[in-house]
Design a protein around this ligand. Structure first.
Ligand SMILES: Cc1ncc(C[n+]2csc(CCOP(=O)(O)OP(=O)(O)O)c2C)c(N)n1
Length: 937
């Protein structure tokens, strides 16, 4: 390549690397670079730029020549026949490459034929210098020749390209950088799709699936007129698509599928894929469903699971409970799948497969889609690929103009970020739909990556059944109203092919209606002794009470043994200097030479749980080290970079711990952890925010799942959420974890909100979370400065005995008769109050710490207040502004505990818009003032 000499353009063309036997792919890259350098990644741009031809033949010469090629007369001098043949073959290679890369732009994927965009110039024969005279020229080709032949005319090849890449499937795959994947897909498309045929039985099966999809909607539409069901009609092919995925999946070893989907078509999937009994769905339409103590949810959000019978044995299907918030279910499903894969020891991600069903507007619009794709190939979050289906009905509520719905050409373009193949399929060609579905399952099985099926269809009615679509989409709906159903269209096709009788469609429809009338499941279900063996049992956690006492202490000698194991490193393991100091300090704590700090107690909590058989998954941004340098659960050898995790080296029988530095997402990562924890009651699953305030980026997960999932759907979950919180002058964003937000969400014992103030408290709190048979989310305000505060320490004995104290009464010996005020508080401010009281040698003020704010520990607080009956002033002190923190939550239940002679008052910052001020000096003045106010009020 580097030895191009000064020669004429024609010479150069004839024997330079442009025409000769160099690698076809490299050539195509070079050509792409010549046409448009910025179309290639920077490293390739750089590579070609540096690959400068010798002498005065520059890239510019080559580029100029190359760009002339399409315009050049194609009749190469006859005296050079070989050159002509090579040139023609090269032009053909360009043409084929163009169809592989851009054919999808011209594919016939829209059943409404409304939005066919501009095509690509390289799809025209003339772009490559071919004229109609060339159509009969014969070329060597295996891919596009008729079976048994190794050559075809240009006309035949062009027709095959159109059929393969511009038919009812438009496939995007040449953006994938793995040549193995590209080759695999190419082969599937060029031999598989081009020659795709189905047996008569398969065709009948597809027709039957279309008939049931349509039949259910019509049945409900007629029986329950105007009631919301978010009809699938127009996207009917979803049912044969899912049917194919389930069948093919079961052939490839899939034993469990978890589906995430929104409202559209959900009832149809429940009845026709999962086999939920139609009677139970009709009962909801009739208002006759069973009521429980829970507050419940609307019918198109409810989840369900079943065991269906396939030719390859039973297959467990689960449709995840779903809030209204579009797309947020995707990471929850991923987490659930990962948890189920772990339970089955399915490390190759074969047995459990996710299907994510999206709407076109939501897929393009919601940021969590991108976050979930970003999780998809990472070490601790991958599930070996998801099959994404977009029910692309080309309208989102009332938006249908793509120029308003997104800035990308396709609603699926976000998937290109993970180099997922995308198949746009015309929903009115159900055979193409099934071909694409099969390809998707095989691709995932082979490459363990995400793949997208863009089911291009339409929405026969309005957004819901009470909604009139022509008000905003008159033209689109004129077309839609003229379209026969997908079932009718396909039945016509099969009649024309002579595959079925004319009346088969109506017979199938009648049979289906008869089945619906019985109310029984319309899907063959697995027989009862074959059903799902891998379900987690939540039964021990049902109807239990948060007040039950559990012993969480661990004998001191056992703690010492574990601590010594945690402090033992592999020979020669070189710690970083500060980490070494931390480890030395921990050794002193074990020896009883120093009191225990936060990191020590927390680590021992994990060690004891692991030893007792509770696995742990702790995940967050920088969670392995700990944002505030206190945890160091994963150690790094300074010489070799090797990693050592002491918590994984306790004993051969211990449970597994996964310590995870997550990628920089709150919403998708927290949703994933919620999904994980919801599928596994005996796993201590923890998510840690970098600073507590960042949790609001995941607010949907708190509102829609963590706080309300049990009441809406009866789903228990023991997820722990660590939110660093405390006013230390770090400004408005890093002081507050917005304690008030979580408290506002608390009711019906839905979750716990704790603010532990000592290392022993965090030890017992974490252990209680697993040992007490009560699974509720635990929101923890975790400390920052307290991690190193000399007073925020505990003794080994405090870990060895006792339990988590929901309330910590006054710890110093005060004479209750001297006490004139009782200050109640939570968290770090206790230590500020303590310091001032000690400095002032004040004996007239008692402190009570509220360590669990919800469920409100009324009885324990009453006991703690009991010695101070004569005290008139009860003060709630907090460092958060008055409109924030716990004040508004605690004032009512606290007041209820006081005698008529006692008054409750507030000591703290005034109400403010921001959580904290931005100036350190102001912060200090405020902090001093609120402590003074509490101690003198
Ligand atoms: C996060 C969120 N924002 C807004 C809505 C309200 N909403 C419900 S359905 C819908 C349109 C969704 O369009 P698309 O994703 O194309 O699905 P389709 O309803 O067409 O099947 C909207 C905006 C919602 N449910 N969730």
């Amino acid at each position: 390549m580097k030895t191009v000499q000064k020669r004429s353009m024609q010479d150069m063309w004839q024997d330079s690397w442009l025409t000769g036997g160099s690698d076809a792919w490299l050539e195509s890259q070079y050509e792409a670079w010549l046409k448009n350098p910025s179309s290639l990644p920077l490293e390739w741009q750089d590579y070609f730029q540096k690959l400068s031809p010798d002498g005065d033949v520059s890239h510019d010469n080559v580029r100029n020549f190359f760009l002339q090629i399409p315009k050049m007369p194609r009749s190469v001098p006859s005296q050079n026949g070989d050159a002509h043949r090579v040139l023609q073959q090269e032009k053909l290679a360009d043409l084929i490459a163009a169809y592989r890369s851009f054919g999808y732009l011209q594919a016939s994927i829209d059943p409404l034929d409304l939005h066919r965009g501009p095509s690509h110039p390289a799809l025209a024969l003339s772009w490559h210098g071919f004229s109609s005279a060339d159509l009969t020229t014969v070329f060597d080709t295996h891919s596009f020749a008729a079976p048994g032949r190794s050559s075809a005319t240009l006309g035949e090849i062009h027709a095959a390209l159109l059929k393969t890449y511009c038919g009812t499937i438009g496939i995007e795959y040449t953006h994938i950088s793995s040549q193995a994947e590209v080759d695999w897909i190419q082969q599937r498309m060029e031999s598989g799709w081009a020659g795709f045929t189905l047996s008569v039985d398969e065709k009948r099966r597809i027709l039957d699936r279309l008939v049931v999809a349509d039949g259910l909607e019509k049945y409900i539409g007629l029986k329950y007129v105007g009631q919301k069901r978010f009809s699938l009609e127009g996207g009917d092919s979803l049912i044969p698509m899912l049917d194919t995925i389930v069948t093919t999946g079961s052939e490839r070893g899939v034993r469990e599928i978890v589906i995430g989907m929104a409202h559209r078509g959900r009832l149809n999937v429940l009845v026709n894929i999962l086999g939920k009994s139609p009677a139970s769905i009709f009962a909801v339409f009739e208002g006759k469903e069973e009521h429980t103590d829970l507050s419940g949810d609307v019918k198109y959000h409810m989840g369900f699971s079943s065991d269906i019978q396939t030719a390859n044995g039973p297959l467990h299907l689960a449709l995840a409970f779903n809030p209204s918030h579009l797309e947020i279910i995707a990471p929850v499903v991923q987490g659930s799948v990962r948890s189920r894969q772990r339970r089955r020891k399915d490390t190759d991600h074969v047995q459990v497969m996710p299907i994510q069903i999206h709407g076109d507007a939501a897929f393009a619009g919601q940021g969590v889609v991108m976050e979930t794709f970003n999780l998809s190939q990472t070490r601790w979050f991958t599930v070996g690929g998801s099959i994404h289906i977009v029910i692309n009905n080309q309208v989102g509520f009332t938006i249908s103009n793509p120029r308003d719905a997104r800035s990308t050409r396709y609603c699926t373009d976000i998937a290109r970020m993970v180099e997922a193949p995308v198949l746009h399929v015309n929903g009115n060609d159900p055979e193409a739909v099934c071909f694409a579905a099969k390809l998707a399952v095989d691709y995932r099985a082979r490459f363990k990556k995400d793949i997208v099926l863009d089911l291009v269809c339409y929405r026969r009615h309005g957004h819901n059944e009470a909604d009139e679509p022509t008000a905003t989409q008159p033209v689109m709906y004129r077309v839609i109203r003229s379209l026969p159903t997908p079932a009718a269209l396909y039945a016509d096709k099969l009649v024309q092919e002579g595959v079925i009788d004319k009346d088969l469609e109506s017979q199938l429809a009648k049979n289906y209606r008869d089945k619906l009338d019985t109310g029984n499941s319309v899907v063959p279900l697995a027989n009862s002794n074959e059903v799902y063996q891998f379900a987690a049992s939540w039964q021990p956690f049902e109807n239990t009470d948060w007040k039950m006492a559990v012993q969480t202490g661990v004998p001191a000698d056992r703690l010492k043994v574990l601590a010594q194991k945690l402090e033992t490193l592999p020979p020669g393991f070189e710690l970083q200097m500060q980490v070494k100091k931390m480890m030395e300090a921990r050794q002193k704590m074990t020896e009883g030479e120093q009191p225990l700090n936060w990191g020590y107690a927390e680590t021992l909590a994990y060690a004891t749980l692991l030893e007792q058989g509770y696995p742990i998954r702790l995940c967050g941004q920088d969670a392995c080290r700990g944002t505030f340098f206190h945890r160091h659960a994963v150690l790094h050898d300074q010489n070799t970079g090797a990693v050592y995790i002491p918590l994984s080296h306790l004993s051969d029988k211990q449970s597994q711990i996964n310590l995870i530095d997550s990628l920089l997402s709150e919403e998708a990562v927290l949703a994933f952890e919620y999904g994980y924890a919801s599928a596994e009651p005996n796993y201590l699953t923890m998510w840690e925010a970098q600073f507590g305030d960042f949790a609001n980026g995941a607010q949907v997960v708190f509102d829609q799942f963590i706080s309300s999932g049990e009441q809406k759907w009866g789903r228990l979950c023991g997820l722990v959420v660590n939110l660093p919180h405390g006013y230390e002058g770090q400004g408005p964003e890093h002081s507050s974890a917005r304690l008030e937000r979580w408290l506002q969400l608390c009711a019906q014992n839905n979750m716990q909100v704790c603010v532990p103030s000592t290392p022993a408290q965090v030890f017992h709190m974490l252990r209680r979370q697993m040992i007490r048979p009560w699974r509720k989310p635990l929101i923890v305000m975790t400390p920052k400065s307290l991690l190193r505060h000399p007073e925020a320490v505990s003794s080994l004995e405090e870990l060895a005995s006792g339990q988590f104290q929901n309330v910590i009464p006054e710890t110093q010996t005060l004479n209750p008769a001297d006490v004139r005020r009782v200050v109640l508080c939570s968290g770090k401010v206790y230590y500020d109050l303590l310091a001032k009281r000690s400095a002032q040698k004040q004996t007239d003020t008692a402190f009570i710490r509220l360590e669990q704010i919800y469920p409100f520990p009324e009885a324990e607080l009453k006991n703690a207040l009991a010695p101070y009956q004569q005290v008139k002033k009860i003060i709630w002190c907090q460092e958060e502004p008055m409109n924030q923190g716990a004040w508004n939550f605690v004032r009512e239940p606290l007041s209820a505990l006081l005698s008529p002679k006692q008054t409750l008052s507030y000591a703290g910052r005034a109400a403010t818009a921001a959580p904290a001020c931005g100036h350190y000096s102001v912060h200090q003045q405020e902090q001093t003032a609120l402590v003074d106010q509490a101690l003198t009020g």
